[in-house]
Design a protein around this ligand. Structure first.
Ligand code: FAD
Ligand code: DLZ
Ligand code: SF4
Length: 513
């Protein structure tokens, strides 16, 4: 009997056409899947995120068996479980007398460091393959970035459009423009019919994992009731179909809108499925392109959506691998404040924050503008230490894996990378939130006021942020206008704003009262 090759598959590699499976031999090789304490606790993930991943892993193991593979599956509560990828791979190499390890590269730098030692620790050779579920390889992104002054996403995105042929008319963009973002800035009307994303009733496998998580991770953040994520490819495809049919036509128009009682608006709510491998990003984009070509969806919606995936998603991954491990430590504005406790409890009188954090607890999801312009902007203008807000985002969202979360937080949202990823910080006063949402009308704070007991905290914090970071930010030409306004402001008002901000910040607590 030839000795098998061991093919470890990680919890975010749940794709039957994974690179290592394409290279493996069903007749001889053994697939290894492991539930390990190291991964469930390296941060204290939202309970729904753990259920999603473990249940999707268990369902995927069955799909692999149906597809003819031999699968060795180690459960979290198996007595011999060593609790780490490295320990489980070593045990499995010996159990199966494997002659080699064949694996697809992981999403995270942390796991790659460990993976590179698996072969030596187990005494067999290891081959690590590129993850071809991405449009650009890490090497291709690095080649694109080489020698450029700035890493402008828009230029990278055009390359990806050319490479994939998505929304292209030969060598020209469909509709004559690469980007239709200017049409995608509408606030939502309160009385529009909002489609809800498809939710799925837990089956016996998911119920078992829910019980495991409720017992073992009871003190982790987030609600478990009402868990409704898809845990199989079939259900994830159904969720994609429902999005394309019901929400995509308005995705573009209302991409930046926020409403208090609408947790999802016209967003796809499929990022966890793409990130763990149940949906392939290119198949999703082709489905959206097809909907546009058949006339059911306007071009601004289809282009806006495709840009998020082959533009932003690919781009942040490229930046992550190009800049790690230093990227995780960046703190260009030297922000030092501890994360306020209300990020965990949701208890704050700021309606916008309570709403975004409440949705996050309920669903392990908040849409992009809540992440960027509410919880993200607040942390930015309050001067929260980037490492702490990064960890919060990594914990609370079902789609959070460091390769995509870190650049979105450290780069896009906190400007802690000094402008590698975005050309200006997303700092804003309450006026932005008021324009794009219905939060302010029922808030105990007055969004029009800048000082006084009832003043919206975002207002004073915004000016305080600009004043505090003047030396670092004043040369940013995209901030020239706000700095001119600050300099023209009556010095008494300047002082009042800074006092207002200081009093508010002093009142924030990093621990439960
Ligand atoms: P839609 O709004 O419907 O967008 C469609 C798809 O485009 C998403 O499913 C996603 O795959 C992709 N996408 C959109 N924007 C981005 C982006 N900026 N970066 C990468 N992909 C994008 N996304 C994650 O997948 N994981 C994260 O941990 C994560 N953390 C974030 C943290 C912050 C501070 C910010 C500002 C954004 C973060 N994002 C993250 C990006 C984005 O907010 C989510 O991808 C999106 O909200 C997922 O919901 P959706 O499927 O309804 O997306
Ligand atoms: C996030 C996660 C969790 C909670 N648990 C597991 C697990 O038990 N086993 C596993 O293989 N993967 C898990 N994951 C996903 C991994 O953290 C992810 O594959 C790595 O971070 C690589 O990106
Ligand atoms: Fe948020 Fe200020 Fe509006 Fe209240 S008034 S919801 S704190 S932006």
């Amino acid at each position: 009997m030839p000795r098998p090759t061991l093919i470890p598959i990680l919890g975010d590699q749940l794709s039957l056409d994974l690179a290592s499976l394409k290279r493996g031999d069903r007749g001889c090789d053994v697939v290894l899947m492991v539930e390990v304490a190291e991964e469930t606790t390296y941060v204290r993930h939202h309970k729904q995120k753990i259920v999603l991943i473990l249940s999707a892993m268990r369902h995927f193991a069955e799909a692999l068996r149906k597809d003819g593979w031999t699968v060795d599956y180690v459960r979290l509560d198996d007595l011999e479980n060593t609790g780490s990828f490295a320990g489980e791979v070593k045990r499995a190499v010996h159990r199966h007398k494997a002659s080699a390890i064949l694996v697809t590269e992981p999403g995270e730098w942390r796991v790659l460091q460990s993976m590179e030692g698996w072969g030596a620790a187990s005494g067999v050779p290891i081959e690590i393959l590129d993850d071809d579920r991405f449009v650009a390889t890490r090497a291709e992104f690095a080649a694109w970035a080489e020698g450029r002054k700035g890493l402008t996403m828009e230029f990278f995105y055009r390359e990806m459009r050319r490479k994939t042929g998505l929304l292209m008319d030969h060598d020209r963009p469909e509709g004559g423009r690469w980007n239709f973002d200017a049409e995608n800035r509408k606030p939502a009307d309160r009385d529009l019919f909002m489609p809800r994303p498809d939710r799925f009733k837990p089956d016996a496998v998911t119920k078992e994992v829910i019980a495991l998580v409720a017992g073992r991770f009871a003190d982790h953040f987030g609600d478990l009731d009402g868990f409704g994520w898809a845990v199989t490819r079939e259900d994830a495809l159904a969720a994609l179909d429902a999005f394309v049919e019901k929400a995509l036509p308005r995705f573009g128009d209302y991409q930046d809108a926020m409403l208090r009682d609408e947790d999802f608006l016209y967003h796809a709510v499929i990022s966890p499925y793409i990130n763990i491998g149940l949906l392939n990003p290119l198949e999703v984009c082709r489905r959206v392109e097809e909907a546009w070509r058949s006339g059911g969806v306007p071009l601004n919606a289809a282009e806006g959506f495709v840009r998020q995936i082959i533009g932003w998603r690919e781009y942040v991954r490229g930046v992550y691998w190009l800049k790690m491990p230093d990227y995780a430590q960046m703190n260009a504005l030297d922000a030092k404040r501890d994360l306020p406790w209300f990020y965990w409890s949701g208890e704050t009188e700021m309606n916008c924050m309570a709403s975004a954090i409440g949705a996050t607890k309920r669903n392990a999801y908040a849409h992009h503008i809540q992440r960027l312009m509410v919880t993200g902007t607040f942390a930015l203008i309050a001067g929260i230490e980037p490492r702490q807000i990064h960890e919060w985002y990594l914990v609370v969202y079902a789609d959070a894996f460091e390769w995509v979360e870190l650049p979105n937080v450290i780069g896009m949202s906190q400007f802690a990378d000094g402008g590698i990823l975005g050309s200006k910080p997303y700092a804003a006063s309450g006026a932005y939130i008021d324009r794009m949402s219905d939060y302010c009308g029922s808030c105990r704070y007055d969004v029009k006021k800048r000082v006084g007991k009832d003043a919206c905290p975002f207002n004073a914090l915004y000016w305080d942020y600009l004043a505090r970071n003047r030396e670092t930010l004043k040369s940013n030409h995209r901030l020239a206008m706000p700095y001119r306004s600050w300099e023209r402001m009556d010095p008494e008002m300047q002082q009042a704003l800074r006092r207002q901000a200081a009093t508010f910040l002093d009142g924030l607590s990093a621990t439960p009262d």
